[in-house]
Design a protein around this ligand. Structure first.
Ligand code: CTP
Ligand code: MG
Length: 236
């Protein structure tokens, strides 16, 4: 009998939030009174088909154990690394006694707390039996400018065919592990999993998601995220 394909999730949450620039690390910034990471984990845990979620934490993170979600039976933690891809690679390593190469792994940034249930469901549904995997993404709608390096606009960049990559990004466990290990070995910086997969010559599928699945980078993004969460019902 062939073993069923399982789904795992990895949450990189070991960043320093330098651009966010607050005393509280970005992943613990309060949104409607609850830490960002709690919202992110709730969004993933709402999907019952995910067997376990591994969270990659900064060394010496003292806030984690105070988060109610850290005690959830499907949640475990590991220590992250110097860059995002190292944190993801460590979380994948933590899954190695459990995950099989053909299993799915969803990588979702702690900094995207507004993920909606329907987007997660669309990703799972549309990737179905895909051999490689794919990611949530949104077509670019703004007019794009290229600067001349001196504060002037040197031209307009055609936006046709351009997408904003989001998370979750979902790939086969064995493939993703190999793809990231290769990038790390070659010291090739990758800001998402899809670029590691593309580097192997493979084509991740683009699954259209909601534009309000925003990544919190700068301080002003937090207020926007709070409004999005409030509009979505403020609970999960
Ligand atoms: N991340 C991580 N390990 C790192 C760096 C980043 O797990 N060494 C995580 C962050 O915690 C975040 C996600 O990767 O959830 C996306 O990274 P980003 O938005 O860049 O967050 P930070 O790296 O924390 O922010 P900054 O780049 O402004 O310092
Ligand atoms: Mg960063």
């Amino acid at each position: 009998m062939i073993a069923a394909v399982r789904r795992w999730a990895v949450v990189p949450a070991a960043g320093r939030g330098e651009r966010f620039g607050a005393r509280t690390p970005k992943q613990y910034a309060p949104l409607l009174g609850r830490p960002m990471l709690a919202w992110t984990l709730r969004a993933l845990l709402a999907e019952r088909s995910i067997t376990a979620v591994v969270v990659a934490l900064a060394p010496g993170d003292r806030r984690w154990s105070r988060l109610p979600e850290s005690a959830e039976p499907r949640v475990r933690a590991c220590t992250g690394g110097a860059r995002r891809e190292h944190s993801v690679a460590r979380a994948l390593e933590a899954l190695s006694p459990l995950a099989r190469d053909g299993d799915w792994v969803l990588v979702h940034d702690a900094a995207r707390p507004c993920l909606r249930r329907e987007d997660l469901a669309a990703l799972l549904r549309e990737l179905g039996d895909e051999p490689v995997g794919g990611l949530l993404a949104v077509p670019v709608t703004d007019t794009l400018k290229r600067d001349d390096g001196r504060g002037g606009s040197a031209g307009t960049v055609a936006r046709e065919g351009l997408w904003r990559a989001m998370t979750p990004q979902m790939f086969r466990y064995g493939l993703l592990k190999r793809a990231l290990a290769l990038c790390i070995e070659r010291e090739r910086t990758v800001t998402d999993e899809a670029s590691a997969i593309e580097a192997l010559g493979l084509r991740p599928r683009l699954v259209r998601g909601r534009s309000d699945n925003i990544k919190i980078t700068n301080n002003e993004d937090a207020a926007l995220a709070s409004s999005i969460l409030a509009m979505a019902g403020g609970k999960r």
